[in-house]
Design a protein around this ligand. Structure first.
Ligand code: SF4
Length: 394
């Protein structure tokens, strides 16, 4: 059941909260300009990402795309390149789609109603509430994980992290506060978010410094550190991969391809890879079968990359090759299709998936680029580490 603040409690919470926010809030670049566009971009970047990580990305992004129209007119490749390293790349694509939606449906002006905002690709309840309250000072709640945690503790509610019903209870609680003080929507929302980020932190809340400690039920009950309750974690599947940074010795070019537009790291660029962890010998045999003599082959530092639902456990090889083909066309790498018998001749067993990067029709998009072009392409951090290490090694 949702707990709602009583009128007397509202007064006791709101003044200390807003006073504390005035005195202690951080000077962040997106707080210097509360236009709807600035709020929108910053809130999307801040999803699942630390403030200090976001700051340089936000500043570069806003310098390049100072308005919604600027982003809508940009090429998605350029946007992904600027987003490189920030992760959760679907955010960048949705922001671009959203900017185009606003240009097409609202003449480039970010709307000021919940009903219209929620129609924009990539904007959900939280972002709509943030835009409405921060940019328009409208009394809409902006409830993220920080706010759920603060309210769960203030009310000593046994809510579970990520639970939609519990989040709705927190929204209802904050809405009640805003209804009591509708002209301070921005201050109240930002105050709760900032309190969760700086004081009422997940593992060790600093209750001694908290402006709300006199009204905190979890502090009184001694349950602050337990709330909200952790959600049952599902074990992430782990995929073993071998990343190949291949350099054609003659042309100095590298094969890369773009991932399918939807799905994990959609639209970003990647190197060919093999399923499983492959030895240098296996890699050299594979390349030979595709008409390339291996001149040099060096292991790259193994890396793990954790996505929300999946983990990549990667090894990598930086390989310098020479084409054995009579043609100088490096794209001949993708031409031959090896059958199982030829592989067995080498004493190596591969299943079909091993060759997916060479035989899948979509891999006809494999292109060869020089190092400069390679660095111009947006790659996920998981893959870019191999690029950075290999280019220095080859
Ligand atoms: S008193 Fe402690 S648990 Fe309660 S809101 Fe403040 S920091 Fe959080």
């Amino acid at each position: 059941m949702c707990v709602q603040p009583q009128p007397i409690l509202q007064r006791e919470i709101l003044t200390p909260l807003t006073d504390w926010f005035h005195a202690a809030s951080r000077d962040l670049p997106w707080r210097r300009d509360r236009s709807p566009w600035h709020v929108w971009v910053s809130e999307i970047m801040l999803q699942q990402t630390q403030v200090n990580t976001v700051i340089p990305y936000y500043e570069t992004f806003m310098a390049r795309f100072p308005s919604c129209q600027d982003l809508a007119a940009a090429h998605l490749d350029d946007i992904l390149k600027l987003w490189e390293g920030l992760g959760y790349y679907s955010r960048a694509k949705n922001l671009w789609r959203g900017a185009n939606y606003v240009v097409n449906h609202h003449d480039g002006t970010v709307p000021d109603t919940y009903e219209e905002l929620i129609k924009i690709p990539g904007i959900g309840d939280y972002t709509a509430g943030a835009i409405l309250s921060f940019a328009f000072d409208a009394p809409f709640p902006a409830v993220d994980g920080n706010v759920v945690r603060v309210i769960a503790r203030l009310t000593n509610s046994p809510w579970t992290q990520g639970n939609a019903k519990d989040k709705q209870c927190a929204r209802s609680y904050v809405q009640n506060l805003l209804d009591h003080c509708p002209d301070q929507a921005s201050l109240i929302n930002e105050g709760l978010i900032e309190l969760g980020a700086l004081i009422c932190r997940p593992k060790v809340p600093e209750c001694g410094r908290c402006p709300l400690h006199q009204n905190c039920s979890a502090l009184i009950e001694g349950t602050a550190e337990e709330l909200p309750l952790p959600k049952k974690s599902k074990k992430r599947p782990v995929e073993d991969l071998t990343i190949l940074v291949v350099r054609d010795n003659l042309s100095g070019r590298y094969p890369v391809r773009r991932r399918a537009p939807d799905g994990l790291l959609g639209g970003l660029w990647e190197f060919p890879y093999l399923d499983g962890h492959r030895s240098g010998e296996e890699v050299a045999v594979l390349l030979e079968d595709y008409g390339y003599e291996t001149l040099d082959l060096r292991p790259l530092q193994p890396r793990r990359h954790i996505f929300s639902h999946l983990e990549w456990n990667m090894v990598g090889w930086a390989v310098s090759v020479k084409s054995m083909s009579l043609t100088d066309d490096p794209s001949s790498l993708i031409a031959p299709i090896i059958d199982g018998q030829e592989l067995a001749d080498h004493g190596i067993q591969y299943d079909d998936a091993d060759y997916s990067f060479l035989t899948d029709p979509k891999d006809m998009d494999l292109i060869w680029v020089d190092a400069k072009e390679l660095y111009e392409k947006a790659m996920a951090t998981a893959i870019a580490h191999f690029r950075d290490e290999a280019i220095g090694n080859i």
